[in-house]
Ligand binder design. Structure first.
Ligand SMILES: NC(=O)c1ccc[n+]([C@@H]2O[C@H](COP(=O)([O-])OP(=O)(O)OC[C@H]3O[C@@H](n4cnc5c(N)ncnc54)[C@H](O)[C@@H]3O)[C@@H](O)[C@H]2O)c1
Length: 361
């Protein structure tokens, strides 16, 4: 069977995460699945830097012109959070499928409005919860779904990242320091990935009790601790830190099942030294699995022939292109994002109230 012609793609935003998208699009171009048509950014220098990674044919005047370009069949939105809604609405109006970075917006009413608009369309849409594409996370999700360790009872998740704010990280943009632009700190900007993973694993959250701290003195939180209850009955804790330890980017999830305890550590890089996966069953030595073997098994199971890509954006972008080709909904979806944002929103309301807050239904 002959292969479908490559999908004409446009990239809006050429900052930090866009470099990952550009790499992924270049690999998909080499695979014959993508035609990198257009790219845009407020900064021409940023555009030229990204074009060094991926051979986009042209630089569009702005994101709206890019969306309207007839050769652009699908769009990646990788600009700061406050800009997402306008580009999402423009892409919907133009009938162009899109992958939008997380968080969708800085506040939950805007997220709800975006999700409602997307729900009314039949376009392929995907949200940038790339942590879902991690091989170890997939294995944990499989174990939850299969029930082979019994039902999950509770969990503790520690999520930390050296990325307090743009002012602290040399060379990074500074919008993350500003609540008006970022909407929140460690929880919304980073650990919304964890909120998404927890809802994916254990079902929608129903209530959250949270406390935050601002140790570095910015108006976004760098430390948050949450106690979370899920509709499934699972309970757990999430501690999220924007720390000052350069080079540390780690997510550690311990899940207590009826018949086993499981520890999983990941980093956002593929095959990172932090990756580990351990299961302890009753009266047995804990079994530490080889993360490289789990990764290989996962890549083979998902039909990914490439090896040596650095972050999980390649599988995410590959899935997006395949969903567009098949005319299917994207994954993770805007409804997944609504659940993750709902958890985060309840956490922030809990902080304000000094009491547990219900997740909006
Ligand atoms: N999924 C992930 O793991 C992940 C990781 C990092 C960032 N993000 C998200 O991606 C988004 C971008 O983050 P970043 O770290 O790349 O930010 P950044 O500040 O490094 O880059 C943003 C880029 O967008 C450009 N820009 C701003 N407004 C624009 C506009 N109206 N039109 C075109 N370009 C515009 C800026 O000039 C800049 O080059 C944020 O929502 C962030 O939360 C997601």
């Amino acid at each position: 069977m002959s292969k479908a012609p490559p999908l004409g793609m446009g990239l809006i935003g050429c900052g930090n995460i866009a470099h990952g998208h550009a790499f992924a699009l270049r690999m998909l171009t080499e695979d014959g699945d993508v035609r990198p048509v257009a790219v845009t950014d407020l900064s021409p220098t940023a555009v030229e830097n990204v074009r060094k990674f991926c051979p986009f044919e042209k630089a569009a005047e702005d994101g709206f012109a890019l969306i309207e370009d007839p050769d652009v069949e699908a769009v990646v939105i990788a600009t700061p959070t406050t800009t997402h809604q306008a580009f999402v609405e423009a892409a919907l109006a133009a009938g162009k499928p899109f992958l939008c970075e997380k968080p969708l917006a800085t506040n939950f009413p805007t997220v709800q409005s975006m999700c409602d608009t997307v729900a009314a369309s039949s376009l392929t849409t995907q949200v940038g919860f790339h942590a879902r594409f991690h091989a170890l996370t997939h294995e944990l999700h499989r174990l939850v779904e299969s029930g082979e360790l019994g039902a999950p009872m509770g969990y503790t998740l520690r999520d930390d990242q050296f990325w307090p704010t743009g002012d602290v990280v040399p060379g990074h943009s500074s919008w993350r320091s500003d609540r008006a632009q970022a909407g929140g700190g460690a929880l919304l900007e980073h650990s919304i990935h964890s909120a998404d993973l927890l809802c994916w694993m254990f079902g929608p959250a129903t209530s959250v009790y949270a406390k935050t701290r601002h140790v570095f003195g910015y108006d976004v939180e760098d430390t948050v601790a949450c106690t979370i209850e899920h509709a499934s009955g699972v309970i757990g804790t999430l501690i999220s830190i924007f720390n000052g330890v350069r080079g540390r980017e780690e997510r550690r999830l311990e899940v207590f099942f009826e018949q086993a305890a499981l520890e999983m550590t990941t980093d956002f890089m593929v095959g990172a030294k932090e990756d580990s996966f351990l299961i302890q069953r009753p009266d047995e030595e804990a079994v530490r699995f080889d993360p490289a073997e789990l990764l290989e098994h996962h890549l083979q199971a998902t039909g990914i022939e490439r090896r040596g890509f650095l972050i999980y954006l390649y599988p995410a972008a590959r899935d997006f292109v395949a969903s567009v080709r098949a005319g299917q909904p994207g994954w993770p979806s805007f409804e997944d994002a609504r659940r993750a944002h709902g958890l985060v929103d309840a956490a922030y309301r809990s902080v304000e109230a000094g009491a547990p807050a219900d997740v909006a239904g």
